[in-house]
Design a binder for this molecule. Structure first.
Ligand SMILES: NC(=O)c1ccc[n+]([C@@H]2O[C@H](COP(=O)([O-])OP(=O)(O)OC[C@H]3O[C@@H](n4cnc5c(N)ncnc54)[C@H](O)[C@@H]3O)[C@@H](O)[C@H]2O)c1
Ligand SMILES: O=P(O)(O)OC[C@@H](O)[C@@H](O)[C@H](O)[C@H](O)CO
Length: 480
């Protein structure tokens, strides 16, 4: 990679050593955690915390090839609201392994005593848990296959468990497992998933993991859209960088982390990370305001004919929906957040969503809804119902998803639904012509909400308006 005006790593990469193995090297990890380690390395710190990235899914082959061709270096481009961009080459990822090429190499990497953290951004769906009960899905075919064959595992659970088994057998203390996914109590969710998998493999190993492995919770934030070819071309033109897979992101950055790292950690706080005793208030704030806010604009936005998040976030009708959801429904469910003024936080969210240069797509925000709505929005609905509070805006957002899942927009064009349960959602959405509550009857997602009139009344009202008169009319009715 050649570059002009791009800050380069200020450290000798050949003298850094791997201390972190990371699963799920997508856009976000490269814009967030890898950037933090790079910042520290630029100051001569954390040189023994370089990252070995790991991909386990077939499409990760593309990341393997892109990074292999450029010594794992890549360009991070931050897009400011005034249209200016700053670019920097990140050098903290030192190595990348594609697990299907050689699972044993991945396992041995993690078994190496120098590795003290295994971190994860494997998406909300990656933890293989039931949306209502939170239980690990023992019947997932990949899990079943990994339980039968501990030698060539294909899942993150099989790989990590085998590495922990070898460490235990060799008398090496276990690494910390750090989830950086957008899930409330992500550490606890990861703990339950990995412990359950290990127990199914070997109950003693499961007990050992439960007693000895630390799973810190974290809240992570930086809007990181999918890199486009237009990004590649404009970055090449502006910065003279040829990069097969640069990453683009907003300038905003936040990472709140629980300090639970028995084998140590990089001095994250020296690079802007908030290391705290209790992450939960920050998680609730972020997931219920930002992420659920994204869902609020995603389906209504697509139905109204928008493509980008900023288009919807600048439309007064959408601002009205967001403000109502935030103030009347989400905020009453939050705990006080140390040092945060929630009025300022939501104002800043509107500004961040409205950054036109980030070009975050509504399609990205509407992806994997079956894994997102139950984790971000439905907990607000349940808390509000329990407290006798209002749920009209949240019910309207669920209705917009139900209408979106019909798979046709308001001009008759098909909507491509990207969701591991797309077929189930689409089938349920088609049934709503005969049974308007069909979409929310799936108890594996919605529990008993279809029987709660405080939810179904506003839900049915918005769904009917969406179907009869469209998204804008439904939003107007909600505002009146
Ligand atoms: N993009 C953002 O703005 C953002 C911000 C905060 C947090 N996050 C968190 O990071 C996650 C990833 O986001 P991204 O933008 O990097 O997405 P991405 O699509 O660029 O990368 C996702 C990575 O996760 C891997 N993955 C998916 N399912 C997996 C599974 N079952 N097992 C193992 N690996 C799996 C993919 O193969 C890929 O490597 C999000 O789901 C979210 O939890 C993202
Ligand atoms: O990437 P996901 O699956 O967690 O969800 C989509 C967006 O809401 C999310 O990526 C946000 O952009 C992000 O959480 C901002 O920090």
């Amino acid at each position: 990679m050649s570059a002009s005006g791009v800050k380069q790593p200020q450290y000798d990469r050949s003298s850094t050593t791997v201390g972190i193995v990371h699963f799920g090297v997508g856009g976000f990890h490269r814009a967030h955690q890898a950037m933090v380690v790079d910042t520290l390395m630029n100051e001569g710190k954390a040189l023994d915390w370089a990252i070995c990235g790991v991909g386990v899914l077939p499409h990760d082959r593309a990341m393997r090839d892109a990074l292999a061709a450029q010594d794992c270096l890549y360009t991070l481009v931050l897009k400011h609201e005034d249209g200016t961009r700053e670019a920097r080459t990140i050098g903290s990822i030192k190595e990348y392994l594609f697990a299907p090429d050689d699972p044993d190499r991945v396992i041995e990497r993690m078994a190496d005593p120098a590795v003290r953290i295994v971190s994860l951004t494997i998406t909300e769906g990656g933890y293989n848990t039931n949306q209502v009960t939170g239980e690990f899905d023992d019947g997932n075919p990949d899990v079943v296959a990994d339980l039968a064959d501990g030698v060539r595992p294909r899942t993150v659970f099989g790989l990590v468990t085998e590495a922990l088994r070898r460490r235990r057998q060799r008398g090496v203390a276990p690494f910390t497992i750090m989830s950086c996914d957008n899930i409330q109590g992500n550490g606890g969710v990861a703990a339950r998933a990995f412990t359950r998998f290990a127990s199914l493999r070997d109950p003693e190993l499961g007990d050992w993991i439960e007693r000895n492995v630390s799973f810190p919770n974290s809240m992570v934030d930086r809007i990181t859209p999918v890199t486009t070819d237009e990004d590649r071309q404009s970055i090449a033109a502006e910065f003279s960088v040829t990069d097969a897979w640069p990453v683009v992101a907003e300038p905003f950055f936040q990472w709140v982390l629980e300090d639970a790292f028995p084998l140590g950690r990089p001095p994250y706080e020296e690079a802007g990370v908030q290391v705290v005793g209790d992450v939960e208030p920050y998680e609730l704030m972020k997931l219920r305001l930002l992420n659920a806010g994204h869902q609020a604009i995603a389906y209504f936005g697509v139905l109204a004919g928008y493509t980008y998040a900023h288009e919807a976030a600048r439309d007064p009708l959408f601002v009205g929906l967001l403000r109502r959801y935030w103030s009347q429904e989400a905020r009453p469910t939050l705990r006080p957040v140390p040092g945060v003024d929630l009025d300022e936080y939501t104002d800043e969210l509107l500004q961040r969503f409205g950054n036109e240069y980030v070009r975050d797509t509504l399609a990205r925000l509407a992806t994997d809804s079956s894994d997102r709505i139950p984790k971000w929005l439905l907990p607000v609905v349940r808390d509000q119902l329990a407290a006798g509070g209002e749920v009209d805006a949240a019910a309207a957002i669920v209705a917009s998803w139900a209408r979106y899942a019909e798979g046709v927009d308001e001009t008759g064009n098909p909507i491509s639904i990207v969701d591991r349960y797309a077929a189930e959602r689409h089938a349920a959405a088609l049934e709503q012509a005969a049974d308007p509550l069909a979409f929310v009857r799936d108890e594996s997602l919605f529990g008993s909400l279809a029987a709660e009139s405080a939810f179904t009344e506003p839900y049915l009202r918005t769904l009917a308006l969406l179907q009869a008169t469209g998204a804008r009319a439904a939003l107007k009715a909600l505002a009146d």
